[in-house]
Design a protein around this ligand. Structure first.
Ligand SMILES: [Fe+2]
Length: 386
């Protein structure tokens, strides 16, 4: 028995983002809160064009540009205050995973009528409907534009955690995925976000809660990443490679909401919260180490991953792990957590957080705490791709 529910309408391709004003009008929006990060995306031409289109369509807008990397619960609550003060009735998330997640969080605060802190890391279920939410990704990685989850940093005293909220209400109403918006993404960000997408597809595919429809999305996503990620890193303006990665990321996002994730994300969230390690980078580093440890339990599925990623029919689970490590190395991902600047003294805290990851039971291998600790040590110092 399985359920497949991916209710976000998807408009995909070059020019898809140009439809934002028309689509928001169709959703009944009269004043839209645009949510972005504080960086270049907020000031770049595509967003200026979008604002002009909204004005031409008679839709007012307000702009909350405070959705920084790894959005905090404070950012979400602040954005929700802006939404209310400005009298908005719809939300448009525009940017990488952080602004898209922040936009979802703002929607949840508005819909539920309480602080996002009430939901992050508490297990309290989301029950209310959100205002209409449109997501326009400018990176190919998170898949947030089609997922039912969002991740935030919550600080309590001197304790910082990175926790997800999830629920069917968080599926955006519409995702406008336009590869043209990704051509200016620098190679390092292209690499890290692309490896996040690969991690989603692989973890969803080997998860204990995988299902046959999500499998299709995973394998096609992995195949596209094998074909396009290196090209997109090498030549940012290769629109064909960007389109391949954009589709791969969206497919993986659909899959992860149906089939779950595993301990790569468990470690990545902990390293992100405690050391500020970028999400995609943390996943890229952890992926081959965690998957190598899963081979005894997921050998056939990892062979499928290897075939999809390399295009070689003879690929085994071991080849799959090697291909992930090689791909990461080729696009400039550090070989291990130590190389990425994670201090050895932080490993205990990372382990303490990661071992409580709520999706740990979805891992194909039922890791003991001892195994997780040993795995983390290897990922800190080993050089798998050499
Ligand atoms: Fe992720």
């Amino acid at each position: 028995m399985f359920v497949f529910n991916s209710p976000t309408r998807l408009s995909f391709g070059v020019g898809a983002a140009d439809r934002a004003a028309v689509e928001l009008g169709a959703l009944g929006a009269r004043k839209v809160l645009i949510v972005t990060g504080p960086g270049k995306t907020a000031a770049a031409e595509p967003l200026a064009a979008l604002k002009r289109d909204l004005e031409a369509a008679g839709i007012a807008w307000a702009h909350y540009a405070g959705a920084g990397a790894d959005p905090t619960t404070e950012m979400v609550d602040e954005g929700a205050s802006t939404y209310k003060e400005e009298g908005c009735d719809a939300i448009l998330g525009f940017g990488g995973g952080s602004p898209l997640d922040c936009a979802k969080g703002i929607g949840a605060v508005v819909g539920e009528g309480r602080s996002i802190r009430d939901f992050v890391g508490t297990g309290l279920a989301l029950t209310a409907a959100l205002p209409p939410l449109v997501a326009i990704p400018t990176t190919a990685g998170t898949g947030s534009e089609v997922t039912s989850a969002a991740v935030f940093i919550r600080t309590d005293g001197d304790k910082k955690v990175k926790k997800g909220i999830s629920g069917a209400s968080l599926y955006p109403r519409l995702a406008l995925v336009d590869p043209r918006l990704m051509v200016s993404l620098p190679p390092a960000l292209t690499a890290a976000t692309g490896m996040d997408a690969l991690t989603h597809a692989v973890e969803a595919y080997v998860s204990k809660t995988h299902n046959p429809v999500a499998d299709l999305y995973c394998l096609e996503s992995i195949r596209l990443i094998g074909l396009h990620l290196k090209r997109a890193c090498r030549r940012g303006d290769d629109l064909d490679a960007r389109a391949g990665m954009a589709l791969a990321s969206t497919l993986a996002g659909v899959a992860l909401s149906q089939a779950g994730l595993g301990m790569v994300h468990g470690f990545a969230h902990a390293a992100g919260a405690l050391c500020g390690l970028a999400h995609g980078l943390a996943n890229a580093i952890m992926l081959p180490y965690v998957m190598r440890a899963c081979i005894p339990d997921a050998s056939a599925r990892l062979s499928d991953v290897g075939r999809a990623l390399t295009g070689r029919h003879s690929a085994t689970a071991i080849d799959a792990v090697a291909a992930m490590a090689d791909l990461a190395a080729e696009i400039g991902i550090p070989r291990n957590l130590g190389e990425a600047g994670v201090p050895e003294g932080m490993l205990q805290a990372i382990f303490d957080d990661a071992k409580n990851y709520k999706r740990r039971p979805q891992s194909p291998h039922a890791f003991t705490d001892e195994e997780l600790w040993a795995l983390l040590g290897k990922a800190w110092s080993e050089r798998m791709a050499d």
